[in-house]
Design a protein around this ligand. Sequence first.
Ligand code: G6P
Length: 629
Amino acid sequence: MCGIVGYIGTKEASGILLEGLRKLEYRGYDSAGIATVLEGEIHCVRAKGKLHNLEEKLVGETNPARLGIAHTRWATHGKPEEYNAHPHMDMAKRIAVIQNGIIENYRELREELKSRGCEFRSDTDTEVIPHLIAEELSKAEQVAEEPLIEAVRQVVRKLRGAFAIAVICADYPDELIVARQQAPVVLGFGEGEFYCASDTPALIPYTRAILNLENGELARMTPLGVEIYSFGGQRLKKAPRTLDVNPVMVEKQGFKHYMLKEIYEQPGVVRSCLEAYVNSAWTSADHKNSPIRFDLPQSWYRNLQHVQIVACGTSWHAGLVGKYLLEQLADVPTTIHYASEFRYAPAPLVPHTLTIGVTQSGETADTLAALEMEKARRDNKSEEFEARLLGITNRPESSLGQLVSNIIDTHAGIEIGVAATKTFVAQLMAFYALAIDIAFHRQTIAAQQIEALLTGLSQLPAQIELILESQERYIEELAHDFAETQDFIFLGRGINFPIALEGALKLKEISYIHAEGYPAGEMKHGPIALLDAKVPVVAIAMPGPVFEKVLSNAQEARARDARLIGVTPMDEQDAADTFDTLIPVPHIDEILSPILTVIPLQLLAYHIAARRGLDVDQPRNLAKSVTVE
Ligand code: G6P
């Protein structure tokens, strides 16, 4: 995680860099720092904690430097203290480096450097880099035409792990060097000015001409242009592309928090997904063409025996809904794995398997590694075992997009709040469309059922709007009751079990309240022991095969004095009699209901956290994009 940003050009670098950090703060906010090259010296300022601490330190400072780098940190190696904040410098303080990632062999490099007399000022893995560059630079200056990039190139070849780095040197005031190995970095192109950043939101205010640096590549940026090289030293020819993003998307637009704004964007996100995925002219009379416009290779549908899904966090919850849909609609046995587990203990190979990586950022290290591992272990196998990799992501231009050739774009627009909301709903939409597509090709459900599902999906945006309009105030008031609550239980069954997990995760992430999501029928096998009048239970009860079962499970909680909150359709008398508090949602086919039932749970988590006065968009210890293992 961590955010890196760099600038070289004709304007004052510091303002651009701080603005960039603001846009990248979602990646980590344990400390922040900036280094510029000013009057032949490196000028470095760092501060513990959020960006505003750094900004306070810089108040009143004028800094005309035209070259600089800046960093916002999510601590991995070393406590979140100022001395561990990036940029890190060499002993002579001529070279400054920022890094996103982990240098896995930093211990041995550190020992080697120490044995050569190097003194370390931090506990970080990153600090080895400026010291190594200083050593290499003195050698490169004897032999190389471009000594700084040559020194960095020599050093990156010694580093193991996943990293993106940016380097400046007081002796080379017209150069910014950037390198990438398994951690994202994008370059931005302006008129006589160039940028680098971990993610595009930092660049959008300045340029739409961008280039993703790929693994094993270095860039030498000067006011005259950008040169790209491989770690092997070969010059590469690459041209920037134009990014299609509206800058308004990354502003709060009057909402108190990004998270609330993103919750309210969900009807629009569902509409965008429907427009992108569904052929609206399709009718059940068309047996030839799928109603879904995914264009996956035809061979993938043939003999499909197994789907395996790898993901982390909220994306894993979306995958769990996906498993349910693929099994129930498309009749394909589906397994779901935490990417961090799968990559070190993969399930045995099953022939004719589709592997789906779900990651909103497209940068989660474990998910990428799981997919790479799957690709590698299926390499050179017979056709039935060939790798069929599909990515579901909100960032098709990400590392996932480079790794996997078939991508479903979730069209949610950039999400800034660390707790995922609109991207989760968009991932669910991708799974609905995929399950319908595969079901169509495998003819596992009737065309009329597909038509009914598509009609149901098309009604979702208005139904979400109804929940937002009619329930947000109510949930805000309800949240007052829980400002001091310490534990919550969320129950759901069938396709709403993952939503119980997601409701609990949202609450944990932003309100720091302990919460457990459980399949309602399992509650009596353990969590029921936790219940008393102080533990609220939120149950999702949607009419369908398990409706009455969920109500019975809720009664079991009530008998232990728990306060019962039901997310359930309006006008369901049995539910009204069961729950102490109702959060009504519109009537809907149970299989489509997760997209509605998750909305009140997002709002509940949001308002409880806001009520507790917490930093909803940047909860402690979390980062939105987890680019380390
Ligand atoms: C982090 C974020 C979560 C997210 C997870 C997976 O933990 O805080 O909100 O669900 O990473 O991220 P991805 O980008 O792979 O969906």
